[in-house]
Design a protein around this ligand. Structure first.
Ligand code: ADP
Ligand code: 5GP
Length: 202
């Protein structure tokens, strides 16, 4: 049987740049599977169902939780967000590596199940810059921006539990660092013992 894949989780406060970085990683590393989350929040302009999220009703999300179909889930800003168990199971069983974007509570749930996983916390350069980026994104109303800024403090209390920390001051640099962490983790010797055996036998 081939070795199970490993998981790469990207978290960070809202506005840290997770979606921007995830989009780049997705494009640059096509052999990495990407888990599209489910959410009950309405799509933002330009967001596509099945690409950015699977947009589902609360009733449908709750049915999935009750049926044990969620690998992790959380209620954030009054909406449910979560990862499909089927996707996680299938991808890892096939020996493929999986990239996910979850909040800190979702990451904590995954860390218990996958202690060998790679957990990357994305830190904005400062609170001020974070606020500017959130407002600059202009996807939420003022009350929702405030809600997101209030959550930053909580998310930061969990940052030290992550295996890696990347500062998103410059997007190109942050993307390069996240990709370097992924590449280095995928080259762990223990994941490639077969290559050593094959060389010995050649
Ligand atoms: P998240 O998914 O973590 O909520 P986004 O990827 O939506 O964050 O980024 C929030 C906003 O900040 C977006 O408008 C994005 O274009 C912008 N942004 C992300 N990274 C940078 C960066 N390094 N420099 C300037 N703007 C950035
Ligand atoms: P947004 O509404 O800005 O897209 O996301 C809000 C929050 O939901 C972010 O902190 C993001 O990391 C989190 N999130 C997105 N997908 C998931 C998921 O599948 N599981 C969990 N637990 N959080 C998620």
């Amino acid at each position: 049987m081939s070795q199970a894949g490993q998981i790469f989780v990207l978290s960070g406060p809202p506005g840290a740049g997770k979606s921007s970085i995830a989009a780049r990683v997705r494009a640059d590393m096509p052999d990495l599977a990407y888990s599209v989350s489910l959410t009950t929040r309405p799509p933002r302009p330009g967001e596509r169902d099945g690409v950015d999220y699977y947009f589902v009703t609360r009733q449908e999300f709750q049915r999935r939780i009750a049926a044990g179909e969620m690998a992790e889930h959380e209620e954030i800003f009054g909406n449910l967000y979560g990862t499909s168990q089927k996707v996680v199971g299938q991808v890892l069983e096939q020996g493929q590596d999986l990239f996910l974007d979850t909040d800190v509570n979702g990451a904590e749930q995954l860390q218990k199940r996958f202690p060998e996983g790679v957990f990357i916390f994305l830190l904005p350069p400062s609170r001020k810059v974070l606020e500017e980026r959130l407002r600059g994104r202009a996807t939420e109303e003022e009350s929702q921006v405030r809600q997101r800024l209030e959550r930053v403090r909580y998310e930061l209390t969990k940052a030290k539990n992550y295996t890696h920390l990347v500062v998103n001051d410059n997007l190109e640099k942050a993307v390069a660092e996240v990709e370097a962490i992924i590449t280095a983790s995928r080259r762990r010797t223990q994941r490639h013992l077969k290559l050593l055996e094959e060389f010995q036998a050649s």
